[in-house]
Every structure is written in structure tokens, then in C-alpha cells.
Design a binder for this molecule. Sequence first.
Ligand SMILES: [Zn+2]
Length: 92
Amino acid sequence: MMAGSGCNAQKLEATKDKKKIQMTNTKPTCVAVEEDELREAIDSYQGWCTNCQAFTHDSSEPDAENYECPDCGRDTVYGAEQALLLGKITLA
Ligand SMILES: [Zn+2]
């Protein structure tokens, strides 16, 4: 597994294709998540914390934003789908 390769691929895609498929927020952190893990997270409504860089929040809506993280206490939890959409995470 090459962690971080997705981020580079994303940049290449953006220049190669004229139309942007993904919104690329200029966030330095872009974490690769296994597809199985992401699918499970979506199915079970887990939230992704951009601070912990892990799924820490149970029962968050798929489009949740800025939920409070039970681990670090910051409002940095995004729904699994939302996190993917915003480029917080990428598929490994
Ligand atoms: Zn956290």
C-alpha cells in the first residue's frame, strides 16, 4: 500500500482532465483509506476526524461537518461521504 499516492494522483488528474471530479481543498492532510474501511464507515454512519485522522465518531450523518470529536474534543469530524467529497480522505 502506498499511502499518499492518492494525493499526487488527484493533482495529476486535475491537470490532465479539464473538469474537476473532486473538490480539492488546499488542505495539507489527505489520508488514504481502504475502500472496505470507507464503505463500512459509510454504512455504519461513522464520522472522520481530520485531527485524529481516523473514524472516531459514531452515528454521524453522511454529510456531517464540524461535529465534535469524542477523542480529541475538536469540531473536526466530517461524515464519511462528506470527508471523501471534501478531499479530507481519499481511497487507498
Ligand atoms: Zn479527533
